[in-house]
Design a protein around this ligand. Structure first.
Ligand code: GDP
Ligand code: IMO
Ligand code: MG
Length: 437
């Protein structure tokens, strides 16, 4: 049994898509467990570029099965556009994708509610992706949401939909929103969507557990990152789901006893999109230089990502919350030209070292990062695929990160393409993901 979770260990965009695509070769099934089309995972195969939002990156491997678990919120229009775009690039999505009948359906009204709350005067905007993700999860938790299974049940769906929209119209009016949505036309459209996705919908928890019992292996793909987790992240500047490892169980219906390991993906530095505290942010020329070299612009919204330096206390925290067996360090090549590279090794507040991650934004904003400087290697690591071929100072940098986080760097990524990766021989990561097939 080797069922493994791969998730982001920072604030998202760590390069999970590339890493999941790379290792999906070694598993039978790849399953997404939370989030929605707020995620944007860019994968290069040769010079072909794929951007995945709802569909697990494993879909790009012919013959692999991809699963969208119950923990997701699905905008069926966005899903169908993604399927069409991939099919037109020659990816056989419809034959290999299964969608949970327990996942929740996202409607245009969720985007409307989000615009209202993000834009309300006096409210601190979170800087969301504006996809309606939060309001859809709100309906799920309030037990008034509509699930994929409900959408497929034509008779029941009409009544459920009309009742939900009636409630939304009352809320909108009471908040002074008079944005017109043609609820009846949207309902008809969603009924057409239902017919398109029907052949792919099933009880994916049953599918996954049967597959595992039959000896198949599953790679669980997290979206977002540990610091965007609704419970453990920098609340309220988080997304509305459990991006952390526990979410893989609740978001797919596979028990913790069936999972053998957890791998975190981290950049060699750190980025964040949207609002919220960011202790190691480098807002000046250095941040700009990382953004340029790393092409740090959001895959979903195109927003420039905020850039900063590797934050070891943050990684120690996400390693503890998720139980990382190993981490993957991506985008090492982006640091090639720096003379010296700051790494945050501790946080201080009021002159005292802070050992636990503060729970509130106010406390987090008061934190002063303590930096140490690693010497840069000043030569190209782009595309290097063997550990021995890395410059000595790049190896020292990786060893420094390992010593400050307490987690092995079992894999290093030196470019966006599959081959531009080093899997370290004898690492825990190598044992967990098993041999290349
Ligand atoms: P995800 O959301 O975690 O899947 O990450 P994104 O796809 O949003 O952002 C990561 C970006 O970095 C993508 O454009 C990748 O193609 C790219 N990328 C991934 N690994 C590397 C790497 O090691 N070096 C460089 N230069 N780019 C990388
Ligand atoms: P991937 O999977 C980076 C951020 C948004 C915002 C906050 C809440 O590509 O790593 P939401 O729309 O989810 O309610 O927004 O979360 N966010 C991400 N940031 N990568 C992502 O996904 C993100 N998904 C959401 O920018 O700050
Ligand atoms: Mg992304």
């Amino acid at each position: 049994m080797a069922n493994v979770i791969i998730l982001g260990s920072q604030w998202g965009d760590e390069g999970k898509g590339k890493i999941v695509d790379l290792f999906s070769e070694r598993f039978d099934i790849v399953a997404r467990y939370q989030g929605g089309h707020n995620a944007g995972h860019t994968v290069f195969i040769g010079d072909r570029k794929f951007v995945l939002k709802l569909i697990p990156s494993g879909i790009l491997r012919p013959g692999k099965q991809a699963v969208i678990g119950n923990g997701l919120v699905i905008d069926p229009g966005a899903l169908l556009s993604e399927i069409d775009a991939l099919q037109s690039l020659g990816v056989a999505v419809k034959d290999n994708l299964s969608i949970s009948n327990r996942a929740h359906v996202l409607f245009p009204v969720h985007r409307m509610m989000e615009r209202m709350s993000e834009g309300r005067p006096g409210r601190v905007s979170l800087g969301t992706t504006s996809r309606g993700i939060g309001p859809c999860y709100e309906d799920k938790i309030a037990r008034r949401g509509i699930r994929i299974g409900d959408l497929l049940n034509r008779d029941g769906f009409r009544a459920q939909y009309d009742s939900l929209m009636e409630e939304k119209a009352i809320i909108a009016r009471s908040l002074g929103i008079y944005e017109e949505l043609d609820f009846a036309a949207i309902r008809d459209e969603y009924e057409r969507f239902a017919d398109c996705i029907r052949p792919m919908v099933c009880d994916t928890a049953f599918l996954l557990n049967e597959a595992i019992a039959g000896g198949k292996t599953v790679l669980f793909e997290g979206a977002q990152g540990g610091m965007l987790d609704i419970d453990h992240g920098t609340y309220p500047f988080v997304t509305s789901s459990n991006a952390t490892a526990g979410g893989a169980c609740t978001g797919t219906g596979v028990a913790p006893t069936r999972i053998s390991g957890v791998i975190g993906v981290s950049k060699a530095y750190i980025t964040r999109v949207g609002g919220g505290p960011f202790p190691t942010e480098a807002p000046g020329a250095e941040g700009e230089s990382i953004r340029k070299r790393g092409n740090e612009f959001g895959a979903v919204t195109g927003r420039p990502r905020r850039c900063g330096w590797f934050d070891a206390p943050l990684l120690r925290y996400t390693a503890a919350i998720n139980g990382f067996d190993s981490i993957v360090i991506t985008k090492l090549d982006v640091l090639d030209e720096f003379e010296r590279i700051p790494v945050c090794v501790a946080y201080r507040r009021g002159g005292r070292e802070v050992t636990a991650m503060p729970a509130t934004v106010t406390e987090m904003e008061q934190m002063e990062p303590v930096f140490e400087w690693a010497p840069g290697w000043k030569e190209s690591t782009f595309g290097i695929d063997s550990y021995d071929a890395l410059p000595a100072r790049a190896k020292d940098y990786l060893a420094f990160l390992e010593s400050r986080t307490g987690v092995e760097a079992g894999c290093i990524s030196t470019g966006p393409e599959r081959n531009q990766t080093i899997v370290r021989t004898g690492s825990r990561l190598e044992k967990l993901v098993g041999p290349a097939r």
